[in-house]
Design a protein around this ligand. Structure first.
Ligand SMILES: NC(=O)c1ccc[n+]([C@@H]2O[C@H](COP(=O)([O-])OP(=O)(O)OC[C@H]3O[C@@H](n4cnc5c(N)ncnc54)[C@H](OP(=O)(O)O)[C@@H]3O)[C@@H](O)[C@H]2O)c1
Length: 331
């Protein structure tokens, strides 16, 4: 079968579509024939060689797929060969078939298309968990999202109205991405090319001086001072990435958190998949339900095949990409 293989850390030149062996499910696992796979920034961080992603090379990327169950491993119940599913494999999902834990494989109702479903196991589930479990979002909250123009940013714009509505403020690395952010449902979009004080002032003004209730920040600690500067009393700041890949600073002094009744917390999809798969699967099921009801629609850009993925990873790495990308793999 064919799969995307990252041969060594680097750029697109090291990402090749190659013939690889067919995967076999172990106990508690299933093999999924992949119809569509989602692209995620973690693939880019991995190929860049960021610490703690790929431990050996060549590496097989891909952490979210939709498709049909091809085979069941020992002890798997509740799933059958031929079921339409979404799954969050540990990796290797950018391939014609992949093995995933049955605990992280969720059946799809007929009403949900395989194309849109490929954005669920990592992208949409992460966006939901950032708002709910990690961010304690309540209807009416003002939410500041950094890197709002990407897959997670767009997913958040779809989910906030379904959770009761709120005021979304996004930041982007390049001014030309602001229009896509506004079109996706954000009320304000600011480029991070200004100095932090001017940006903080713009965010405060956008909130009538009150500040934001929730910050969703995938930028390591690059913008943590800004987050603290615009946090309303009682705000939650969720750190969920390190897009720049550099060293991260210490967390803020206790006194600053106590004075503002602020909380800073972390979120990791990979951590949840490893330690609390039931919580992750619950989020996947909830998102699938929202898609089936017709309440949730996430526009996706479809790539025609695995060979198109390295160029899309380039666009993500160079900050040119907007929205969510999925690749058509099988029938
Ligand atoms: N913790 C978790 O479990 C988890 C799960 C999913 C995603 N994430 C994180 O959430 C973020 C969004 O993920 P996504 O898959 O939807 O990707 P994405 O937003 O489609 O693409 C990544 C974005 O990161 C921003 N970025 C900031 N600094 C960058 C740098 N130095 N180099 C390249 N890009 C940079 C760029 O947007 P701007 O320039 O506009 O900021 C870029 O478009 C990523 O940082 C990802 O790692 C975390």
């Amino acid at each position: 079968m064919r799969a995307l293989v990252m041969t060594a850390p680097g750029g697109a030149a090291n990402s090749l579509v190659q013939e690889v062996g067919e995967p076999e499910p172990g106990p508690g696992q299933v093999t999924v024939d992949v119809a569509y796979a989602g692209l995620n920034f973690v693939d880019v961080m991995t190929r860049r060689g960021d610490a703690a992603y790929a431990t050996d090379w060549p590496h097989r990327p891909g952490k979210e797929v939709s498709g049909t169950v091809r085979a069941l491993g020992e002890g798997v119940t509740g799933l059958a060969v031929g079921d339409r599913v979404v799954a969050a494999p540990v990796g290797a999902g950018l391939a014609e078939a992949v093995v995933a834990e049955a605990a992280l494989t969720v059946p799809l109702p007929d009403a949900v298309g395989l194309r849109e479903a490929a954005a669920v196991p990592l992208g949409l589930a992460t966006a939901l968990l950032l708002l709910t479990d990690a961010g304690h979002f309540t209807a009416g909250d003002t939410v500041l999202v950094h890197s709002a123009g990407g897959g997670i940013g767009h997913a958040l714009a779809q989910l906030v109205p379904l959770l009761g509505g709120g005021r979304l403020i996004g930041t982007v690395g390049r001014p030309d991405k602001a229009s896509a952010v506004l079109a996706s449902g954000y009320r304000h979009a600011f480029a991070r090319d200004e100095d932090d004080e001017k940006l903080a002032e713009a965010v405060r003004t956008a909130t009538g001086g009150r500040g934001v209730d929730l910050v969703l920040d995938p930028l390591g600690t690059e913008t943590l001072d800004l987050d603290l500067a615009v946090a309303a009393p009682g705000a939650r700041i969720v750190l969920f990435g390190n897009a720049g890949g550099g060293a991260v600073a210490d967390l803020p002094p206790l006194a600053r958190l106590m004075a503002g009744n602020l909380s800073v917390t972390g979120f990791s999809h990979r951590g949840l998949a490893a330690t609390a798969p039931d919580r992750l699967a619950r989020a996947v099921r909830r998102v699938v339900g929202l898609l089936a009801d017709g309440g949730l629609e996430l526009p996706v850009t479809e790539l025609p095949g695995l060979a198109a993925v390295p160029a899309a990873h380039d666009a993500m790495e160079e900050r040119r990409a907007t929205g969510k990308y999925v690749v058509r793999v099988g029938g």
